[in-house]
Ligand binder design. Structure first.
Ligand SMILES: Cc1ncc(COP(=O)(O)O)c(C=O)c1O
Length: 313
């Protein structure tokens, strides 16, 4: 690849795939009448690019296509076409670590004024930016803090299916405002029965007596969550995927969160409860280290061909 200064790449802040072409992220927008915007009638997925490769790309694509099917969205695009779009889009940015979002919106009705979702032309687009961390790395390193939200419960899964990645973030944003105002880094949400669910952009884990616990319902089936459960098995730890009440949660030994946007982040304090004397728990550390190792495992990687970048500049 020819050497050029970072500034010479008009895509270095990110790029988008819209209408079958790659454009700089600053030029990417969707119409104000798109139902994705006016109705939150949209689904998306986020695959991380780490060290120049997509991590577990097929898992993310599979989840995205299931989400579209569950919402009766059909943008008439194949998995391979999505793969190519993502590959092209990331390649031109030259980003080796990137937050890559693929989106399908209900779009706009082809019959003006129609209120029938079936009249909408579903719209696929994608965008990518330099890697985003849900928790800033300098905070994640020492362990973050979380508040169990009292201002919002997780939207019931009978109303909005949390296994379909969505933009219904009213509950999350309310909880974040509460948590930040009380000097916590992030928030954990309970369901209507008082069980732990998930937080804004991550799944929640607890460790008790060498068993790695995570909620089974009311949550996105995170790909990082899946990876953590596989790592736990690999490390000969027991796993429990089941309901976790708030009371049980406070009796566990370690807590951490898992997301494609940052990997495994230890949580050292939840409300007033300090975990592992405010240090990163031993099992959390082993799982986080293994996750970083697995990022380099060829079987999980789809390498990006950055030579495409040359053709678009
Ligand atoms: C609500 C929610 N839960 C969990 C996750 C973690 O999922 P994944 O590991 O697939 O990124 C996310 C990720 O964005 C999320 O938004």
């Amino acid at each position: 690849m020819p050497t050029k200064s970072k500034d010479s790449n008009k895509f270095s802040a990110g790029s988008a795939w819209m209408g079958d072409r790659v454009i700089p992220i600053a030029d990417a927008s969707i119409p104000v009448t798109d139902w994705g915007l006016t109705r939150s009638d949209i689904t998306y997925d986020v695959v991380p690019v780490r060290l120049g490769a997509f991590f577990r790309l097929d898992d993310y694509l599979d989840r995205f296509f299931v989400s579209m099917e569950k919402l009766s969205l059909n943008p008439k695009i194949t998995k391979n076409e999505v793969k190519n779009a993502l590959q092209n889009m990331v390649s031109v940015t030259e980003l080796r670590d990137s937050y890559v979002s693929m989106v399908c919106s209900r779009g706009r009705p082809h019959i003006p004024g129609s209120r029938d979702p079936r009249d909408c032309i579903n719209y696929f687009y994608a965008w990518c930016v330099p890697f985003i961390h849900v928790i800033k790395p300098e905070i994640a390193q020492k362990g973050a803090t979380a508040l169990i939200s009292t201002s919002a419960l997780r939207i019931p899964d009978t109303s909005v299916d949390p296994t379909v990645k969505n933009y219904h973030w009213g509950d999350f944003n309310k909880s974040l405002i509460e948590a930040k105002s009380k000097n916590f880094e992030t928030a954990f949400l309970l369901d209507q029965k008082g069980n732990i669910t998930e937080g804004p952009g991550f799944n929640i884990f607890a460790v008790k007596d060498n068993t790695v616990l995570t909620p089974n319902t009311g949550v996105l089936k995170g790909i990082t969550r899946k990876t953590v459960l596989e790592i736990a098995e690999h490390l000969n730890l027991k796993t429990g995927v089941r309901e976790i009440s708030k009371t049980e949660f406070f009796e566990t030994d370690e807590v951490f969160i898992a997301t494609s946007a940052g990997g495994i982040t230890p949580i050292v304090k939840v409300d007033d409860r300090i975990y592992s004397n405010g240090q990163i728990g031993a099992i959390t550390k082993r799982i986080a280290t293994t996750y970083l190792e697995w990022i380099s495992e060829p079987k999980f990687r789809t390498e990006i061909d950055y030579s495409l970048a040359i053709n678009t500049q």
